[in-house]
Design a protein. Structure first.
Length: 305
């Protein structure tokens, strides 16, 4: 097994894992969608040769890093199954590969992950994070850190009623950068969210999955937008994973990547909240999380085709 599941998944672990995956499975193509505030690469991995393009992303939030190895483990199992003529998540890997192309962005927020895991513990951005966290004493530091290196919540950055998200968060008292819930000074102000936004615009994704933690919930809807088959697909995902299919609570239902994707493209987009407890979830939950999600991840490659 290449993907480690028993350690905090930092940006350096990510780079090492990607190198091993692409060396072992040359059909996995590696690219970059952009860089973080501190200049760290935001990689994308592509697998498949079909015309049906889908995108999976993980770790918009630093302390939700467990979502990164979930997606990478799926890619490893998928690539191995394709090489050996087997199946992944109950689906024939060769048929998946021929029908679809997966764009996997395993760590949208490398700076936030490295703060939350303790991998970053010196330097000006860490000092800034320490300074910001002092304004939020109830949020444990560093493990409660969700934001990027500038204290902006990347999943509150997208052009889907961003102004309304700002009003809600300001009313809740979050008006300045911090460990979580700050929407930023403007829509798409952060390099990480803008990179994913621009990458999405350049590709014809039929479906997206955004991986977060926690709750064992699938959020499928944005306001009154109803992309064709969105609920039907969501119900299939819920049945495969055992997760509840729910509508996003209004107070947290704006300016997310899933919200913007649904609004802009009128296509199915889902936020998957894995695991139970409080983030960061312990590595001991990995096996259950992966078992719950592998069939959904495989089905997501072809269900909208």
């Amino acid at each position: 097994m290449i993907v480690p599941a028993n350690i905090p998944f930092t940006s350096s672990v990510l780079q090492d894992t990607i190198q091993k995956l692409t060396s072992c499975y040359p059909l996995i193509r590696r690219g970059t969608i952009g860089v973080s505030v501190t200049g760290k690469e935001i990689p994308v991995l592509l697998f498949g040769e079909g015309t049906h393009h889908v995108s999976y992303n993980a770790a918009h939030h630093g302390n939700e890093w467990i979502t990164t190895p979930v997606l990478l483990k799926f890619l490893e199992d998928y690539a191995e199954a394709h090489e050996t003529g087997g199946a992944v998540g109950g689906q024939d890997a060769a048929k998946l590969y021929a029908a679809s192309t997966l764009h996997l962005i395993p760590m949208v927020n490398p700076d936030g992950v490295d703060i939350a895991t303790g991998a970053t513990h010196v330097g000006p951005y860490f000092d800034y994070a320490v300074y910001l966290s002092q304004n939020y004493p109830r949020i444990p530091f560093p493990q409660g850190w969700k934001a990027n290196g500038r204290g902006v919540d990347l999943n509150l950055q997208y052009p889907a009623a961003w102004e309304r998200a700002r009003e809600i968060k300001f009313a809740q008292g979050v008006r300045l950068p911090g460990p979580r819930d700050y929407v930023g000074g403007a829509v798409l102000s952060e390099p990480e969210s803008r990179a994913l936004y621009e990458y999405t615009l350049r590709h014809d994704f039929q479906l997206t999955l955004s991986y977060h933690s926690q709750g064992e919930v699938i959020y499928w809807k944005y306001l009154d937008y109803l992309p064709p088959r969105a609920r039907e697909i969501g119900e299939t995902f819920a049945a495969l994973s055992g997760y509840a299919l729910e509508e996003t609570p209004y107070e947290s239902g704006h300016a997310g990547y899933k919200d913007w994707f649904i609004k802009h493209f009128n296509r199915p987009g889902y936020t998957i909240e894995v695991g139970s407890g409080e983030s960061p979830l312990p590595p001991e939950q990995f096996e259950k999380i992966y078992g719950d999600n592998v069939e959904m991840l495989a089905m997501g490659l072809v269900i909208g085709a």
